[in-house]
Write a new protein. Structure first.
Length: 255
């Protein structure tokens, strides 16, 4: 007899993948390169093992599954509550082949930026976003994708910014991750004159060092919301954390 919790996990896993693939089909993402295909990924996991590399790197790391489409829908709904979307620059650190970027392109953002360490992933992301920009579903076509590390990348000057992080440093030791996050957040505070939000996706199946490092490095940031969601990984209940990082405008209001 199958345990109830295992049965429930199987149903949740199947529904989440079905919704994800339906979304890819509806928006036209299935025509793009190296985005997640459930069956293909299961085969690759069974034949190539389960080792993971830099988070977000779907093209060179076939066992990585990106964030799910249902999860992104929840994230966009939450972000609309806490920031002016149409005035926001969305920055995805660890963008991989660009699934979150393509999802962002369906939202009327002011601009979208993808950053990843791996050249091949960036090439796919550039190809995917360029192709999707010609489709009627695209609400934002101001998209840039850069091959760079988090600290080395120069963030754009803007009034509203969302830093989207799908555990980009989950394999990095706490002390090193803390310093990287702190450097990124300090740089973002200097570039963003208005509202600065970090939307951090925590995959609960893995160690929490990266999330703990972000909390420690949040330079006065406040956790304003969090919620769970079902990921594309079997049996994993992931969470999204939203941090509001104080900027120059917040200090001016206090004075």
């Amino acid at each position: 007899m199958i345990p109830v919790n295992l049965f429930t996990s199987c149903i949740r896993f199947s529904i989440n993948h079905y919704k994800h693939l339906c979304y890819l089909h509806e928006i036209g993402f299935l025509h793009h390169q190296e985005l997640v295909d459930s069956g293909c990924f299961v085969v690759k996991i069974l034949t190539q093992g389960t080792s993971r590399g830099y988070e977000g790197n779907e093209s060179e790391n076939p066992t990585h599954l990106p964030i799910s489409a249902p999860a992104m829908e929840v994230i966009w709904s939450k972000l609309r509550e806490i920031i002016d979307i149409e005035q926001t620059i969305f920055v995805d650190f660890g963008c991989g082949t660009g699934f979150a970027l393509l999802s962002a392109m369906t939202i009327p953002l002011k601009g979208i930026v993808g950053v990843d360490l791996h050249k091949k992933s960036v090439e796919f992301a550039v190809s995917n976003t360029s192709a999707f920009g010609t489709q009627s579903h695209a609400a934002c076509t101001n998209v840039e994708v850069h091959c760079a590390d988090m600290l080395g990348f120069q963030l754009p000057q803007c009034n509203q910014m969302v830093l989207f992080m799908y555990e980009p440093l989950w394999t990095v030791p706490f002390a090193e991750a803390h310093d990287i996050y702190q450097g990124v957040l300090i740089a973002a505070k200097q570039k963003c004159s208005g509202t600065l939000i970090v939307a951090y996706v925590f995959a609960g199946h893995y160690g929490g060092n990266a999330l703990d490092a972000l909390k420690s490095a949040a330079v006065g940031g406040e956790l304003i919301s969090k919620h769970p969601y079902s990921s594309l990984h079997f049996g994993v209940q992931d969470h999204v954390f939203y941090y509001k990082i104080p900027t120059r405008s917040d200090r001016a209001k206090e004075n």
